[in-house]
Design a protein around this ligand. Structure first.
Ligand code: NIG
Ligand code: FE
Length: 422
């Protein structure tokens, strides 16, 4: 079995880095490095070398060895795999009935209030076996791999009791152990208030803090902790309590904030050193100034605002202020039943008016940062994990978000192995 892989004659190798950065901010987001007429050499699953074909001929890498497989990528582009830093892709069933209700005019909050939404998914998940949940989720993983994603964060949060939250987190661990994609797990016990706690939210927060977090930590089932800090769900005081409890066990925060209203979630996330605050449709000057200079990645989920027909976040104001921005899918049955990151790129351009260079940075290096992976993923740099894809023949990198309905990905390579070639 070859352990080396050489991709040669690449029309354009995109998102290359000589001096890798952890994230890109502000005006830098419109800058993109690439190499025309390039090669990429992968050894033992790691990016070993890359550069211009002219230099390759001079340098003579060890490609004469029999253990090197060669791919000719004439006319094609190579990108680092997409990093999707916010998903809920472990769920059971689907919610297209609510989708129809939404078309008829009900809002997301109204559907949630009458027992639909997250509580509906929790009910279905409760009745689903762990094996069945794994199989449903694994097929979504295979789908997103085929769409170019090479690293993904997955949240719990459709359990809402200890046993079912653990069921979800064990499924995420099984995905981590058995699938080629890089996975990070987030415990989101505070995703919704279960019906039996409707008028005593604090008691549910106590349950999350006193019963769920210690077990999740002792079984080492999560990397991060999340709270849905928004109107009608959890307050910023609840969020503070949960984050403090999580920090005692070493969980870094990633927060759902300001999707439905100004919730104080952004400021709370920054205060507790959250790795990311996500959604941010309601972002004003206060939120922007609290994020400036912080370690927290503002993460936008344009698939959700598109699907729900809700307002978009003020991304241009954020970038102009000097903030970094990441994009993720939010793949979930209620607000974005799709994990197609190429489409998220298009939404970034079309709906959020981001430049192609900005969306490429937002779905690679910045979204890798938002799950603690930008040292190893999110760009073409020597020593990084060789998660890349080769496109079909395309004229430019701008063509990727522009041709929003076309599948332009031809060959998927994860950890240096060819996973699929169309
Ligand atoms: O990120 N906002 C909260 N959670 C998900 C929706 C989950 C659902 O509706 O099932 C989101 O949009
Ligand atoms: Fe979400």
């Amino acid at each position: 079995m070859p352990t080396g892989l050489l991709i040669k004659n690449i029309r354009c190798l995109v998102q290359t880095e000589d001096a890798p950065k952890l994230k890109v901010c502000g005006a830098e987001m419109a800058e993109l490095s690439y190499v025309f007429n390039a090669y990429l050499y992968i050894r033992d699953g790691i990016i070993d070398d890359f550069g211009r074909m002219d230099d390759f001929k001079v340098r003579k890498l060890p490609v004469q060895n029999q253990d090197v497989e060669t791919i000719d990528a004439t006319g094609k582009f190579v990108f680092p795999s997409f990093c999707d830093s916010h998903t809920h892709l472990v769920y059971s069933g689907s919610r297209e009935i609510e989708y129809t209700d939404k078309i008829r005019g009900l809002s997301y909050a109204e559907i949630a209030k009458r027992g639909g939404g997250i509580l509906n998914s929790a009910k279905i998940l409760h009745e689903t076996s762990e094996d069945d949940l794994f199989n449903q989720s694994a097929s979504r993983i295979n789908e997103i791999i085929s769409l170019g994603t090479g690293a993904v964060e997955i949240k719990s949060g459709y359990g809402l009791n200890l046993a079912d939250e653990l069921k979800m987190l064990r499924v995420i661990r099984r995905i981590k152990d058995t699938c080629q994609i890089e996975v990070r797990a987030t415990f989101l016990g505070a995703h919704a208030i279960p019906a039996e706690y409707r008028n005593r939210r604090e008691k549910y927060v106590d349950l999350v803090i006193n019963e769920m977090i210690p077990v999740v930590a002792s079984e080492e089932l999560a990397d991060f902790i999340d709270v849905f800090c928004d109107k009608g769900f959890f307050t910023h005081e609840d969020t503070e309590r949960i984050l403090m409890a999580g920090m005692k066990y070493g969980f870094r925060a990633k927060i759902h904030a300001n999707e439905l209203d100004y919730s104080g979630g952004v400021q709370t996330g920054v205060k507790y050193g959250a790795l990311s605050v996500d959604h941010l449709e309601f972002t004003g000057d206060e939120e922007i100034s609290s994020l400036l200079g912080s370690e927290t990645m503002p993460t936008l989920l344009p698939g959700a605002s598109f699907f729900l027909g809700m307002k978009d976040p003020p991304v241009r104001k954020m970038i102009t202020a000097g903030l970094p921005v990441a994009l993720a899918s939010d793949y979930n049955p209620g607000s974005c039943p799709s994990g197609n990151m190429k489409f998220i790129m298009s939404l970034g351009c079309i709906k959020l008016k981001m430049l192609p260079e900005e969306v490429i940075n937002a779905i690679t290096i910045n979204s890798a940062y938002a799950m603690g992976l930008s040292m190893t993923h999110g760009s073409i740099a020597k020593g990084k994990v060789a998660n890349v894809f080769i496109t079909k023949e395309i004229p430019s990198y701008e063509f990727m978000p522009y041709a929003f309905g076309s599948n332009l990905i031809e060959t998927i390579i994860l950890k240096g192995k060819i996973i699929a070639s169309v």
